[in-house]
Write a protein that binds this ligand. Structure first.
Ligand code: ADP
Ligand code: MG
Length: 278
């Protein structure tokens, strides 16, 4: 159904995706409140279906209140859809026992949120090592390697408050990646960053996809950020309103300006878009 460009080293042989998509949303609806509250239920997400292949990078876009964060929370197993199914690596989240869901979230999924949730009293290294500690597999070496990968090896013993916003965001990414999750969910990770710093963070997410075959789902309202993705999907009032392959900023802006119209697929793309520069 989706036409992500395959990485060259995967080849075109049949069976390249035998292991199945990384993430499948099937008619996912999330509503808040019920008639019991004295009003109609508010539908934050309305029958959204979405498939993200392994090694895919999808940008989820839409105006404020369109359901982006709700989609991300449902997809990541942090929230339960009212109806519909979510599968991560083939596992139907609704069928998992609570302990299994916890383990899946801990071991196979990484989160990067705008509110970073770094622990201020812990060093940068300890923050990155935290998921390993929680998984009972403490490993400072891996935490340090993760910090080196985001260019912060020399700040390992600092506390987060001594770092810039962009550096803290990179710490949060290192922490999200330290358990080597299959899917990384990021909700507006660059919203508070200046453009150059944002670029660095997005390039890092792109590398995780290109060099390590991981899957990234990025929520953003920024057309420039969306350029780093293979595909942009657009939400409008909780509904999937369109998709754009190889998004460039101009096409994304046009799509956001006309959310009712399904954007054209597989446009030529801009040769200077980040996705084209890889
Ligand atoms: P976005 O991230 O695109 O800004 P959200 O997913 O946060 O949008 O919200 C989508 C809709 O769902 C909005 O109308 C919002 O008010 C509503 N909503 C989100 N979370 C809750 C909640 N916990 N209770 C009630 N309504 C909510
Ligand atoms: Mg949001």
């Amino acid at each position: 159904m989706f036409g992500f460009r395959r990485r060259r080293d995967r080849g075109e042989a049949a069976g390249a995706y035998d292991s199945g998509p990384a993430l499948v949303l099937d008619a996912v609806t999330r509503s808040y409140g019920t008639a019991r509250d004295g009003g109609a239920a508010a539908v934050a997400l309305d029958a959204v279906s979405l498939t993200v292949p392994r090694g895919g990078f999808v940008a989820v876009m839409g105006s404020s209140g369109s359901g982006k964060s709700t989609l991300l929370r449902c997809a990541a197993g942090l929230d339960r859809p009212t109806s519909g199914t979510v599968r991560i690596g083939g596992a139907d989240l609704a069928r998992l026992k609570p302990a299994e869901l916890t383990r899946l979230r801990r071991d196979r999924v990484g989160f990067v949120f705008q509110s970073l949730n770094l622990v201020p009293s812990l060093s940068v290294r300890e923050n990155v090592a935290l998921p390993l500690l929680l998984a009972d597999t403490p490993d400072d070496g891996r935490a340090l390697a993760g910090l080196a990968a985001v260019g912060l090896a020399d700040r390992a013993e600092d506390v987060p408050a001594r770092l810039s916003g962009g550096q803290r965001q990179r710490v949060a990414i290192a922490r999200a990646l330290v358990t080597e999750p299959e899917v990384i969910f990021a909700d507006e990770p660059t919203a508070a960053l200046d453009p150059a710093t944002a670029d660095g963070v997005l390039a890092l997410l792109r590398r995780v996809v290109d060099d390590h075959g991981r899957t990234v789902v990025l929520v953003t309202h920024d057309p420039v950020a969306a350029q780093w993705a293979d595909r942009a999907v657009f939400l409008d009032a909780g509904r999937l309103a369109g998709t754009l392959d190889r998004p460039d900023a101009a096409s994304v802006r046009a799509a956001l300006g006309a959310p009712d119209r399904r954007p054209a697929h597989a446009h030529a793309g801009s040769p200077v878009s980040p996705a084209g520069r890889r």
